[in-house]
Write a protein that binds this ligand. Structure first.
Ligand code: PLP
Length: 410
């Protein structure tokens, strides 16, 4: 069809985009940003990125690479040096060995996931996803014309998928199970004893592949030892893809570097998807990511300690509010609190809090504090707070929230 004819007919979105929309998280953030622009005292607790800066040694490595002339296309799914850095990371942090053809580097972990689903899903193939989850999983599966099968998990299981629920969800069409630990949005993380029963289920279903998103591996707290399923079940190696990246741990969200490790045939097919979309990850960002993965690692623990003290502050404040309960997350920088006790209450302006979305909208309008409703992640009535912001801002936001909740009546 010519452009003119297209204009006359109007824009017709592709079938694969039918279920894909702009995320509710972004919508809430945009509303809050507009309020801020209009002069309101707004505090946005929605950020999915650390408030720390990228460490200087990483910036210097990228800058030096640029000055050396490393400004051209690189090897399709990561330069040899970049892949070597990823291999070193898996050896050092997880005791896992990979070869370069088992490693894929992309423009962010999101692209790793996108490539994997585009490479492997046929129409109708099912992907089991425990919710609440990072909403992009569902959208990416939809774009790849797969079928997301959501399993709602609540705070009674620590938002973790149980073996029973997994077994019940597996069908002849199941292609993947996707797990994320520590989790966005709940901060909940799987321990060895949580993974073992799930691994046993997967052993009974050899056609089902496992994707694990370990993006928040380095943001975990006292008393929690991070583990990735392949460490516990080497026999699943020929059907497991580990997804990770430098965005959160090294405060490099804008650099757009993520990586995956998995079976060669999958990695090869993912590279083909990448070759026809972005060609390769940015050469300069790869230089920064190499410095991140092979340079000093001790600051990761220091940053995690800062996040831990903010987590403690938020959890304590939230649990002190009548009608709200919040479990203590093991990692990431989010709390996912239950607001069941506030549903049905009425605000002084007459607003009835009949859902978590209504609650978050009302809190934003009346206090200028932006949070994300559980509905955006597939499970209600909850709300997510990102504590990747200063302690002062957090304290102010929590005080406003508490005051607002106190004004609600039955
Ligand atoms: N996985 C999870 C669980 C996330 O929360 C995010 C970003 O919010 C990503 C992956 C994407 O990371 P990247 O910035 O590397 O694409």
């Amino acid at each position: 069809m010519t452009n003119k004819a297209n204009e006359a007919a109007g824009f017709i979105p592709a079938d694969r985009m039918r279920h894909v929309g702009v995320s509710k998280i972004l919508a809430m953030g945009m509303r809050a940003a507009e309020m801020k622009k209009a002069g309101r005292q707004t505090i946005i607790l929605g950020a999915g990125e650390p408030d720390f800066d990228t460490p200087t040694h990483i910036k210097e490595a990228a800058s030096a690479a640029m000055m050396r002339g490393e400004t051209k296309y690189t090897h399709l799914d990561g330069s040899p040096k970049m892949k070597a850095a990823v291999i070193e990371k898996f050896r050092r942090d997880n005791g896992l060995e990979f070869t370069p053809d088992e490693v894929s580097v992309s423009s962010g972990a999101k692209q790793v996931i996108f490539n994997a689903f585009m490479a492997s899903l046929c129409k109708g193939d099912e992907v089991i996803i425990a919710t609440p989850c990072w909403t992009s999983y569902i959208d990416i599966v939809n774009i790849a014309e797969g079928t997301p099968v959501e399993i709602p998990c609540d705070d009674s299981t620590g938002f973790k998928l149980t073996a029973q629920a997994l077994e019940a969800a597996i069908s002849p069409n199941t292609r993947w199970v996707l797990l994320n630990s520590p989790s966005n949005p709940t901060g909940s993380a799987y321990r060895t004893e949580d993974y073992i029963p799930l691994i046993d289920v997967l052993r009974r279903h050899p056609q089902v592949w496992l994707m694990v998103d370990d993006m928040y591996e380095h943001i975990t707290y006292e008393g929690f030892d991070f583990v990735t399923p392949l460490q516990l079940a080497p026999d699943l190696r020929d059907r497991t893809l580990i997804v990770n990246g430098v965005s959160k741990a090294y405060a490099m969200t804008g650099w757009r570097i993520g990586y995956g490790a998995g079976p060669k045939a999958l990695i090869k097919s993912m590279a083909a998807v990448q070759s026809q979309s972005t060609s390769c990850p940015s050469s300069i960002s790869q230089a920064g990511a190499i410095a991140a993965l092979t340079g000093p690692q001790n600051f990761l623990k220091e940053r995690a300690r800062v996040f831990q003290s903010r987590r403690n502050l938020v959890v304590k404040h939230l649990n002190a509010i009548d009608g709200i309960t919040c479990r203590t997350p093991e990692g990431a920088f989010y709390t996912f609190a239950n607001c069941k006790g506030l549903i049905g209450k009425t605000a002084p302006d007459g607003t009835v809090i009949d859902s978590d979305t209504a609650f978050c909208n009302w809190v934003l309008d009346s206090t200028g504090v932006a949070m994300v409703p559980g509905e955006a992640f597939g499970v209600s009535p909850y709300f997510r707070i990102s504590y990747a912001t200063s302690t002062e801002e957090l304290t102010e936001a929590l005080e406003r929230l508490e005051k607002a909740c106190l004004s609600l009546t039955s």
